[in-house]
Design a protein around this ligand. Structure first.
Ligand SMILES: Nc1nc2c(ncn2[C@@H]2O[C@H](COP(=O)(O)OP(=O)(O)O)[C@@H](O)[C@H]2O)c(=O)[nH]1
Ligand SMILES: [Mg+2]
Length: 270
C-alpha cells in the first residue's frame, strides 16, 4: 500500500501524545518543558493509581486526558491517536526521559519532506542515559533483524520518540481501541511494548518517507521502568515474525486480486 505523499506547511498543527502510567512525579517536568504553539497535548492515562491525572491538569490545564481501554503502552498510544485532531502526531514518554525541546527538530524533519520522523539514540548525535547494556544489545540485535527482513535502515528499533503525519495513522492499523481481549493478560497483540516495532515495520511497508532524527534520552526522573527486558524483548521478536507473515499474506491477497482482475474473473456482485 502506498500512502499519498503530503507536503508539510508551516501551519501544520502538532498534536503531542504522551502515554503515562503512574508518572505523577515526572509529568510537571515534561508538560512544562513542552514547546509553545502546540495544537493539543493528549495524555493517555494507564489506570494510574497515583495522582497522574490531577498533576497533569495542574501543570497544564488544557491537557486532554484520555483513559486507555485495555493495558499496555501500545494500547495507550492507539487510544491517544484516536483523539488526535492535528496534522502531525508527536509521541513522547511521560517519565522525563524524552526532552520535549526536541519536538521542533522532529517537525523540521517532516518540513524537510519526511512523513515519519523516527527518533534514534544511536545515530545522528543521539545517545541514551537510560538504556541498560542488556537492553541496548537486544535492541541492536532486533534492529539488525528488522533491517535484514524488511530492508529498513533503522538504527534504533525500540524507541518511541517519533513524529509523523496523521495521514499515516490508517496504515498503522493498530488494534481497535474498543476490542476486548480474551487473553489472561488483557492485552491484544500490539498493546504492549512491541508497539514501536509494529509501527516502524508498518510505516516502512506503507512506502512512506522515513527520516531518522538524533535524540538524547535522559534517565527516567522518578520511578522504575514498566518494561521487562526478556518477556518484552520476546514480544518484539514475535512481532517481527508476525509482521513478516502478515506482509506475505497481504502480498498474497494483493496478487490474487490483481490476477482476478487480469483474468476477468471479477464479478459485478462480488
Ligand atoms: N498509559 C500507559 N502508559 C504506559 C504504560 N506502560 C508504560 N507507559 C508509559 O510509557 C512510557 C515509557 O514507559 P517506561 O516504563 O518508561 O518504559 P521504558 O522507557 O521502555 O523503560 C512512560 O511514559 C510510561 O508511563 C501503560 O500500560 N499505559
Ligand atoms: Mg522510560
Amino acid at each position: 500500500m502506498q500512502t499519498e505523499h503530503v507536503e508539510h506547511c508551516s501551519s501544520d498543527r502538532v498534536s503531542v501524545v504522551i502515554p503515562a502510567r503512574n508518572e505523577a512525579p515526572n509529568l510537571p517536568h515534561v508538560l512544562e518543558a513542552l514547546p509553545a504553539d502546540l495544537h493539543e497535548v493528549i495524555l493517555v492515562d494507564g489506570h494510574s493509581t497515583d495522582d497522574t491525572i490531577a498533576v497533569a491538569l495542574r501543570a497544564r490545564p488544557d491537557v486532554k486526558i484520555v483513559q486507555q481501554t485495555r493495558r499496555g503502552k501500545g494500547n495507550a498510544l492507539a487510544c491517544g491517536f484516536a483523539h488526535v485532531t492535528g496534522d502531525i502526531v508527536a509521541t513522547l514518554d511521560g517519565d522525563g526521559s524524552a526532552d520535549p525541546a526536541e519536538i521542533p527538530g522532529f517537525v523540521a524533519a517532516l518540513a524537510a519532506g519526511a512523513e515519519f520522523a523516527k527518533g534514534t539514540r544511536f545515530d545522528r548525535g543521539g545517545s541514551s542515559h537510560d538504556i541498560t547494556r542488556f537492553r541496548r544489545i537486544g535492541n541492536t540485535a532486533l534492529s539488525r533483524l528488522v533491517n535484514l527482513v524488511f530492508g529498513t535502515a533503522y538504527t534504533d528499533l525500540c524507541y518511541g520518540y517519533n513524529a509523523f503525519r496523521v495521514q499515516l495513522l490508517p496504515v498503522l492499523d493498530l488494534p481497535s481501541v474498543n476490542a476486548v481481549s480474551s487473553r489472561p493478560s488483557g492485552l491484544l497483540w500490539g498493546d504492549g511494548f512491541e508497539i514501536e516495532t509494529m509501527i516502524h515495520i508498518r510505516v516502512r511497508r506503507s512506502g512512506a518517507r522515513i527520516a531518522e532524527v538524533g535524540s538524547i534520552e535522559m534517565a527516567r526522573l522518578h520511578g522504575a521502568s514498566n518494561l521487562r527486558a526478556i518477556p518484552d524483548g520476546l514480544r518484539v521478536l514475535r512481532t517481527i515474525v508476525a509482521e513478516h507473515q502478515r506482509l506475505r499474506q497481504l502480498e498474497f491477497e494483493l496478487g490474487r486480486e490483481e490476477a482476478t482482475v487480469e483474468t476477468g474473473l471479477v464479478r459485478e456482485s462480488a
